[in-house]
Design a binder for this molecule. Structure first.
Ligand code: SAM
Length: 267
């Protein structure tokens, strides 16, 4: 498991990252073009739909959702009050509802939302199958869930840093988690920012979507692992510092690649 792939570590990671998140993270790693491409798979095709955005953070993906669905039909959930607080400054999101909570234990009833969206949050979930079972549970029958997450890098150095930081699963895991959760019509779309040069063989990120065939909880609900005990202070501090350092290393690497892609330097 990644060092920040724990709820308390992720909470503190975003306590600090929220300060520069909109400025330094999304412009490099999760662009408006990627967001638009991914959201096409969420079937946001009727303004009456009720949509849940899990791990909504500062609301970057939610802004893409409210371009298609009225904000008053959209609920943003995150475990970080600091991230959600940043979303309050965005006028387009003023009428969206906000909830503090855990993606792996959603504070909503079964069969509640027409659409479930989660972008860039699964990386921090200690039990991804449990989170996807929760996506299934809160989605109405016939509704669609869409989840966006990164893929294990092919490059050895990038892979070591990525896996020290958080969850970067092999591409096939996402589809397996969705099918195990009970979703039908599982579809995968590959996504990448313009600076990414991993090629067709190793996607940068995936958008995985599926349809809930029947009402009720996920057949995978009983596969959930028991909650891990909280780490002691030393282990917590070590995970936090080393995991944050591994994550921070990606910002200059991506910034250089982004500038090179933009200014057309030969690679
Ligand atoms: C990379 S940000 C993505 C934010 C947003 N979806 C976007 O598109 O910019 C990941 C978010 O997931 C949230 N998160 C991490 N673990 C979570 C959990 N177990 N439950 C709810 N939110 C979680 C973090 O607090 C953070 O705001």
């Amino acid at each position: 498991m990644g060092l920040i792939q724990h709820k308390r570590e992720a909470y503190w990671f975003y306590r600090f990252l929220s300060l520069g998140y909109d400025r330094w993270v999304n412009p490099l790693f999760w662009t408006p073009e990627m967001r638009a491409q991914a959201l096409d798979d969420a079937r946001l095709d009727d303004p009456a739909l009720r949509v849940l955005d899990v791990g909504a953070g500062t609301g970057f993906t939610t802004e893409g959702i409210v371009a298609r669905i009225p904000a008053e039909h959209v609920t943003m959930l995150d475990q970080s009050p600091h991230q959600l607080a940043r979303s309050e400054a965005k006028p387009a999101l003023a009428r969206a509802s906000r909830a503090l909570g855990d993606a792996e234990d959603l504070p909503f009833g079964t069969d509640t939302f027409d659409r479930y969206v989660s972008a860039g949050s699964i990386e921090y979930w200690p039990d991804p199958q449990r989170g996807i079972a929760e996506a299934y549970r809160v989605t109405k029958p016939g509704g669609t869930a869409l989840l966006i997450g990164p893929v294990r890098p092919a490059n050895r150095v990038a892979r070591a840093l990525a896996q020290a930081w958080m969850l970067f699963p092999p591409a096939g895991e996402y589809e397996r988690w969705f099918r195990t959760a009970g979703f039908d019509d599982v579809k995968t779309t590959t996504l990448a920012p313009d600076w990414y040069r991993g090629g067709r063989h190793t996607p940068y990120a995936l958008a995985v979507s599926g349809t809930k065939p029947e009402p009720g909880p996920s057949p995978a609900a009983q596969l959930a692992r028991p909650e891990e005990p909280k780490a002691g202070p030393l282990r917590f501090a070590a995970r936090f510092v080393l995991g944050s350092a591994a994550g921070a290393a990606f910002v200059p690497i991506a910034a250089v690649l982004h500038l090179r892609a933009r200014h057309g330097r030969p690679r």
